[in-house]
Structure formats: structure tokens, C-alpha cells
Design a protein. Structure first.
Length: 301
């Protein structure tokens, strides 16, 4: 028998792992959480998590244990197979049935828009574009709970930063090249000309060092990336640009400015695009520059 009441299995993208921590504010603890090793630092120092288990050792460490609640929050078959190792009083999220990943009634609003949608890809994509609810609203609904603005849970204390220090995230996951706004280099030059201390994020071998880089900034400019979620979790003012991914899905907690491309085909989630100019090319430099100054409470020169 496990001493933990809840097991959460959440692999997926690192930003998805971080935003899922919001549910910890509504669950009785302690919680056991399974994720990929690369995401483990995101879950350090969180008192609601009694046990962090890397996915590559999860089957062995979970075998024969019982939980009052098991939440499998991924649509990956490998994640669902871990359910075979445990018993539970209640299950939410996805599971394997006859070799296929399926999901229950409480999870339909989220998974109906995804890769395993019962409606097929065309309808799933349409539902994704029509969606007006944040990920957190869908997540809490899976657990039968209302979302009341519960914030990220992060084990890294927010640090005061120089008020004019702006962090710029030019990168995006290689799979999602269309998330990248094309005029970041020009923005860096413009903001430096305005007298701001601009810091361009670079890769770090240790995720903790990267979190410290984000923590050193008062305002962060980014796309729909892990950096955005880290900035929000640290309470930083954030300006984020959206084109191929869903802006409504991101809950901003009153500290996020969203710049959404003015094109009808936004939220397409395409990895290749032949539209010219594409969604990210339609967001002007001056709009981004003005949004950064508004977040800082300063005036553009």
C-alpha cells in the first residue's frame, strides 16, 4: 500500500508538466508524480509532492502499489502502461483499452481536441481553434473541480530583478519552428536603444541555471514556450506571441500580455506552412516594442 493518496503521471512537454502543477493546490497531499528525467528539476522543492519518480524507473517503483486516485494526464501509450502496475480507488485521464489510448467522460473537453480525439483529427483541430478555455480549466474539470485561478506551484523562489532587465527568448522547440517570431533581433536592438538591459536567453546544461536566468529578469518576452511557463511560475511580467498555438489555452494570472497574430488560420498546430506572410511575420515590431514597455511601465523613446 502506498502512503501517497494521489499518483500523477504527466510526461509530455516540459511546459505542460509545469502548468499541470496548478492542480496540486486543489489535491490532498502528498502526491507521487511520474515524469521524464529532463523535467524532474521542475518538480523539485514542491512540498505537495512527496515522491518524484523518473519515468525510466517508474514501472519497477510503482509495481504493486495502491493509490486512492490515479491521474494519467498523457496520451502516450507508454504513460498509460504504467497503470498496469498499480491499483486505485479512482482514475482520471487516459488509459489503454484494447491497445488504444482512450479517455473518460471527465477528460473529454481536453482530449477531444487532441491526437487521440474520438472525433478524428479534422474535428479535433476545429475544436482546438474554437476553444476559449484555459488548460487549467480543462485540467481541473478532469478531477471534477472548479478552477478558481490556482497558480503554478514552483520550488524556486521568485527573485527581485533590476526593473529594466528584459529577457528575450528567441528559440522554440525544433518541432515548432513557426512559434518563433521573426523579428527578435530587431527587438533586441530597439529595446537596447531605449536604454533597457536586454538579456537574450541561451541554452544551459542544467535547467536550474536556466531558471535562474529567467529569475534574473523583471520582464520576459517569448513565444508559447517553456520559458513562458517558467516566467509565469516565477511571477514575472511576460509578453508572449501566439500564432500556430492556442492563446486562450494559456492562463495569464494577470501578468501575461498576449500578442496574437491577426490571421484567420491561427492555432493551426502545423509543423510546415506555406502561407506568406505567415502568422509570425504579421506581428509588427512596434507592437511588440510597445507591449514590452507597457509591461515595464516605461515609455518607448
Amino acid at each position: 500500500m502506498s502512503t501517497n493518496q494521489t499518483l500523477i503521471i504527466k510526461l509530455g512537454a516540459m511546459g505542460d508538466v509545469l502548468r499541470t502543477t496548478t492542480i496540486l493546490r486543489a489535491l490532498p497531499g502528498p502526491v507521487t508524480w511520474v515524469t521524464r528525467p529532463v523535467s524532474m528539476p521542475l518538480l523539485e522543492g514542491i512540498p505537495q509532492i512527496g515522491e518524484r519518480i523518473p519515468f525510466d524507473s517508474a514501472a519497477e517503483r510503482l509495481r504493486g502499489r495502491h493509490f486512492s486516485l490515479v491521474a494519467c494526464l498523457d496520451d502516450e501509450p507508454d504513460a498509460c502502461r504504467l497503470l498496469d502496475q498499480v491499483t486505485s480507488d479512482r482514475h482520471v485521464g487516459s488509459e489503454l483499452r484494447d491497445g488504444c489510448v482512450v479517455y473518460g467522460e471527465s477528460s473529454r473537453s481536453w482530449y477531444d481536441m487532441g491526437l487521440i480525439s474520438r472525433f478524428g483529427k479534422q474535428r479535433a483541430d476545429e475544436l482546438k481553434r474554437l476553444n476559449t478555455r484555459s488548460y487549467q480549466e480543462h485540467l481541473f474539470e478532469m478531477f471534477g473541480l472548479p478552477f478558481r485561478g490556482e497558480d503554478y506551484v514552483f520550488g524556486y523562489a521568485a527573485r527581485d530583478a533590476a526593473p529594466r532587465r528584459v529577457g528575450i527568448e528567441m528559440r522554440a522547440d525544433a518541432r515548432w519552428k513557426w512559434k518563433r517570431w521573426v523579428r527578435y533581433p530587431e527587438l533586441v536592438e530597439a529595446l537596447r536603444a531605449d536604454g533597457l538591459d536586454v538579456f537574450v536567453f541561451e541554452p544551459r546544461e542544467d535547467l536550474r541555471d536556466f531558471i535562474a536566468d529567467v529569475n534574473s529578469c523583471s520582464t520576459v518576452v517569448t513565444g508559447d514556450t517553456l520559458t513562458m511557463h517558467i516566467a509565469l511560475a516565477l511571477g514575472k511580467r511576460t509578453v508572449a506571441v501566439f500564432g500556430p498555438t492556442s492563446a486562450p489555452e494559456i492562463h495569464g494570472y494577470g501578468r501575461l500580455t498576449k500578442l496574437v497574430s491577426p490571421i484567420d488560420c491561427i492555432c493551426c498546430y502545423l509543423r510546415d506552412c506555406d502561407v506568406a506572410p505567415n502568422c509570425m511575420e504579421r506581428i509588427p515590431l512596434e507592437q511588440m516594442r510597445a507591449a514590452v514597455h507597457a509591461a515595464l511601465g516605461t515609455a518607448a523613446s
